[in-house]
Design a protein around this ligand. Structure first.
Ligand SMILES: [Zn+2]
Length: 112
């Protein structure tokens, strides 16, 4: 007589393999709308088009605002180029007037 006692099947309990996507290192790459060079998000400043605001082109410092974003190098050269050309209009696919553009806050301040 054969008695099969004991646990049927393997009940290990442990060993659950969790697979998750590690997204460290090279993040998404954006293109500066002024110089057309690719750079990581951390290296670029994001602007969004907010038709309900004035000016409509808003600097998205925390890169969390909804809407279509345009990325520009945070240096005077690229910002100036972006603000003086149709780069934003092209990027946002809409008509941008000068009054829609944010004021360049590149005024040199000297501490006396
Ligand atoms: Zn640039």
């Amino acid at each position: 007589m054969i008695r099969t006692t004991g646990p049927l099947g393997a009940s290990g309990g442990a060993g659950a393999v969790e697979s998750f996507i590690v997204n460290v290192g090279d993040g998404p790459v954006r293109t500066c709308i002024a110089c057309r060079q690719k750079a990581g998000r951390d290296e670029l400043t994001r602007f969004v088009f907010r038709p309900d605001q004035h000016p409509a082109v808003v600097r998205d410092v925390s890169a969390t605002l909804p809407g279509r974003g345009a990325w520009v190098h945070p240096d005077a050269k690229c910002l100036d180029k972006a603000l003086t050309t149709a780069a934003f209009a092209r990027s946002f696919r809409t008509k941008i007037t000068a009054s829609d553009l944010p004021r360049p806050d590149t005024e040199p301040k000297e501490n006396g």
